[in-house]
Design a protein around this ligand. Structure first.
Ligand code: BTN
Length: 321
């Protein structure tokens, strides 16, 4: 209902609509309209109220189901959308939904996360203005294959950012998306499996979109950026989410159909890690050397100073100068 009020005001952006007209278009009372307007104003939507009615002053930066759907060209991804103002973590909610049978392609998205989670048990700051969402997938594959899905989604994010905003987005292995060597997006993939088969996979994507990174703690701030900071303007997060889901579905279908190797070609092109000197921190050791490629499983190949070639499937990667 709140979204329907907002949609009508958006259609008349800058012009007044009377409470009576809104009420009759929506089939509710004028008091009900007023309640929704109040709720919208509390969310920061600038609506002027005068004797002629209500007037939306600016296009609000809010996630809206109708705006997302209008740009979605997928068959399944995002067709079921769970949109929230504030959750602990969209990944946690998506996992709960998946456990109770939620179908492949469902998406959980939130304006804000209070306990956003990052890789290796880190927390992930998720203030309003960013894009925080999780996608539920049920691919028939072994759990060990899951990292490849994360790789293709990393590539899909980089591609989409390049196409929509003409930024020089690249991937840092395994799936951070960077602009000018600063992290703009991270992906956390979590799986549940029975014996050797995946029951479901949740791909959680966090993009610093219209949020500022200035309030982030210093150690994170230095290596982070947001789209707004890079572009000097806000982006349309509804469009961004829809375009990401369009690209994700395309890449996922190609991946399932035409064999696992195909997408890695794309990936190598977008990856700024290949050819770099890197330090990889794994739970067991630290490996330094030159990143020379990735293999079909998404493992990074590193040539160490002694000439030895190491294959690293998991780990944290640092680009060295
Ligand atoms: C990383 O450490 O780089 C991964 C960050 C992933 C953050 C996203 S935001 C949406 C989803 N929900 C979470 O709690 N985490 C992921």
């Amino acid at each position: 209902m709140r979204e329907r009020v907002l949609s009508l005001l958006i259609q008349r952006l800058g012009r007044s609509v009377s409470g009576e007209e809104l009420a009759s278009l929506l089939g509710v009372s004028r008091t009900a309209v007023w309640k929704q307007v109040r709720a919208l104003r509390r969310l920061g939507v600038e609506i002027e109220v005068d004797r002629h009615g209500y007037r939306l002053l600016r296009m609000p930066d809010l996630l809206m189901e109708s705006e997302i759907r209008a740009r979605l060209s997928t068959r399944r991804f995002g067709r079921r959308l769970h949109l929230h103002q504030r959750v602990a973590s969209t990944n946690d909610l998506a996992k709960e939904l998946a456990r109770s049978g939620e179908e492949e392609g469902s998406v959980v998205v939130a304006e804000e996360q209070t306990h956003g989670r990052g890789r290796v048990g880190r927390s992930w700051l998720s203030p309003r203005g960013g894009l925080w969402f999780s996608l539920i997938l049920r691919p028939r594959m072994a759990p060990q294959e899951a990292p490849r899905i994360t790789l293709i989604f990393g590539a899909a994010v980089a591609k989409t950012l390049r196409r929509l905003y003409h930024v020089d987005a690249g991937i840092k292995w395994p799936n951070d998306v960077l602009i000018r060597e600063k992290k703009v997006c991270g992906i956390l993939t979590e799986v549940e499996a029975e014996l050797d088969v995946l029951t479901f996979l949740v791909a959680g994507v966090g993009i610093n979109a219209n949020n500022s990174t200035q309030g982030f703690p210093e150690e994170i701030r230095e290596g982070a950026t947001s789209l707004r900071e890079e572009l000097g303007r806000s982006v349309d997060r509804n469009e961004l989410l829809a375009e990401l889901l369009n690209e994700f579905e395309r890449s996922y279908e190609v991946f399932l159909k035409s064999g696992r190797g195909s997408l890695l070609i794309d990936w190598q092109d977008l990856c700024s890690t290949i050819g770099r000197r890197v330090r990889i921190l794994t739970p067991r050791e630290t490996i330094e050397g030159e990143a020379v490629g990735i293999d079909e499983e998404g493992a990074l190949m590193v040539r160490t100073p002694t000439g030895e070639k190491r294959r690293v499937l998991y780990g944290e990667c640092i680009h060295l100068r």
